[in-house]
Design a protein around this ligand. Sequence first.
Ligand SMILES: [Zn+2]
Length: 152
Amino acid sequence: MSQRIPVIEGLFAERSDGPRLIGSRCTTCATPYFPKSPVCHNPGCDQSKMEDAAFGPTGVLFSFAVQNYPPPPPAKYDEPYRPYAVGMVDLPEGLRVLGRIATDDFSQLRGGLPVHLIVDRMYHDSEGNEVVTWQFRPAPVLAQADDRRMKP
Ligand SMILES: [Zn+2]
């Protein structure tokens, strides 16, 4: 029976309150790390004290690129290949994280676009398992409450 398995263990979690990236934070200087770091790399920090931390689920797209052709190994994807976007996302916790951008409408992508962390399929492995990873989905555009007042 096919299963849903993470592409790498320990990088993200699907919690009851939604997905989170799993990293760490220095309790001395508050520097966040993703993935986890065993020590603090802040040169201005005089006492490295690390604790686990969870990041997300909201972020803002900083930049992106569209992978228009199949990437070389070891990248894996389902056939037939479908172009996908990869973006750098700023998290409010002070991290800039690389991830797939879950949309087929690349024309809507721009810097400053609000996004939400999700966990979704990357590809199927040879046993038919769904291999999942963290991704960012453009946040729904909220309807402008005052649209009617703008009309003549
Ligand atoms: Zn530190």
